[in-house]
Ligand binder design. Structure first.
Ligand SMILES: Cc1c2[nH]c(c1CCC(=O)O)Cc1[nH]c(c(CCC(=O)O)c1C)Cc1[nH]c(c(CCC(=O)O)c1C)Cc1[nH]c(c(C)c1CCC(=O)O)C2
Length: 355
């Protein structure tokens, strides 16, 4: 491994500079991605290992990033469970036949043969590991059960998630049944990604905030915990080394203490959290990841550099992986990403040398 900074930071080992990667680093803000995308449908790219590998590497070739993340989508899991998901240009994901009532759970594939349904992701990971030649670690990922459940019921994006949340109040037992089915797939999926070559695994609970503390404690956190435990148990029963795991539960400020004790080495933070508070609330045993406002990249360059420096001063240089607080926006100037990455590296090296 030529650059294992991100892995060392995740394991709590010393780093000479702060590693950085960017959520959605492979995507539409890159002209080379838009070129590939003009020729192929979104899920065709996900399902074709050569294409998924190619777009995964695009940001690595352009920037001095410290990790790659496999190009895919969290919604490949509902697809594996038998649901149709389309990616509508300019609109985002669309499920033509969402789950309307608990009876619809019967339509889902059970059990899911993960290597059969998602083997294309494993192949893309193995190919990308080879093509990376140890330059940087490769991150695999999954959506967390509640976020996936909410898409499966809403059928697409929603500001209130009132359809999905209504299940939690009206059909709690059936909601748990669905969440458990999704959790079982997520565990096998992450283990498969790791066996295929993923060196770190991120779980995206993008819709955590809308739940509030009560529903979060009942319908999100237990499954997030089951996933870290389940993955680690399966790996150790197969005599495989475990890899660091990252939990990113967006807007779940109320759950930060619990998340830091949920079996993940790294806790991802959105930009609404103060770094020092997050440190105090999560303790010394987890690495933090985040949390620059993705919109900070619209600021003039000097201002962006100042914001990066302020962020580093607050997080400190150890047990820390720099990132945005959510995915990068499609209209971002790629030059700004270069400024971000270079500022993180140079200022954190300066901070370490000044000690
Ligand atoms: C909620 C969620 C989804 N997908 C994902 C999440 C969790 C992270 C988050 O909270 O944003 C995760 C995801 N989606 C994508 C990646 C690739 C890896 C990376 O570079 O980070 C990852 C890690 C590619 C993508 N996933 C999507 C695109 C753009 C689609 C296109 O090219 O037309 C990309 C590059 C589409 C997608 N996929 C999803 C939405 C809501 C959308 C539409 C919004 C948008 O258009 O950005 C579901």
């Amino acid at each position: 491994m030529k650059n294992d900074l991100a892995l060392r930071a995740a394991r709590g080992e010393k780093t000479e500079r702060v590693p950085v990667w960017v959520m959605r680093q492979a995507g539409r803000y890159l002209p080379e991605f838009r070129e590939t995308r003009a020729e192929h449908d979104f899920f065709t790219i996900c399902r074709t290992p050569v294409l998924a590998c190619k777009v995964t590497l695009q940001p690595i070739e352009r920037f001095d990033l410290d990790a790659a993340i496999i190009f895919s989508d969290i919604l490949v899991v509902p697809q594996a469970m038998g649901m149709v998901v389309e990616m509508l240009p300019g609109k985002g994901p669309h499920f033509p036949e969402p789950l309307n009532t608990p009876d619809d759970i019967g339509r889902l594939n059970k059990p899911v043969n993960v290597s059969q349904e998602l083997g294309y992701v494993f192949d893309a990971i193995t190919l990308t590991r080879h093509r990376l030649e140890g330059r940087v670690p490769l991150i695999g990922f999954t959506g967390a059960p509640w976020t996936l459940m909410s898409y499966m019921i809403e059928g697409g994006g929603s500001t209130t998630m009132s359809k999905a949340k209504s299940w939690l109040y009206r059909y709690p037992a059936e909601s748990h049944k669905l969440l458990q089915l999704i959790t079982d797939v997520c565990i096998d999926y992450l283990v498969g990604q790791m066996q295929a070559g993923a060196q770190m695994l991120q779980v995206f609970e993008s819709h955590a905030g809308i739940l509030g503390p009560g529903l979060f404690a009942k319908f999100s956190l237990p499954y997030i915990r089951q996933i870290s435990r389940g993955v680690k148990e399966k790996l150790s029963s197969r005599k495989l080394d475990t890899v660091p795991m990252i939990i990113f539960a967006k807007d779940a400020h109320f759950g930060l203490e619990d998340l830091s004790q949920s079996g993940y080495e790294v806790v991802g933070l959105d930009w609404t959290l103060r770094p020092q508070h997050a440190r105090a609330r999560t303790g010394a045993n987890v690495t933090l990841q985040g949390n620059l406002d993705p919109c900070a990249l619209y600021a003039p360059e000097v201002e962006l550099v100042a914001l990066v420096k302020a962020m580093l001063e607050k997080f400190g240089t150890q047990r820390y992986i720099a990132n945005l607080g959510h995915g990068i926006y499609p209209d971002m100037d790629p030059e700004r990403v270069k400024t971000l990455i270079d500022a993180i590296h140079s200022h954190s090296e300066y901070m370490n040398s000044a000690k």
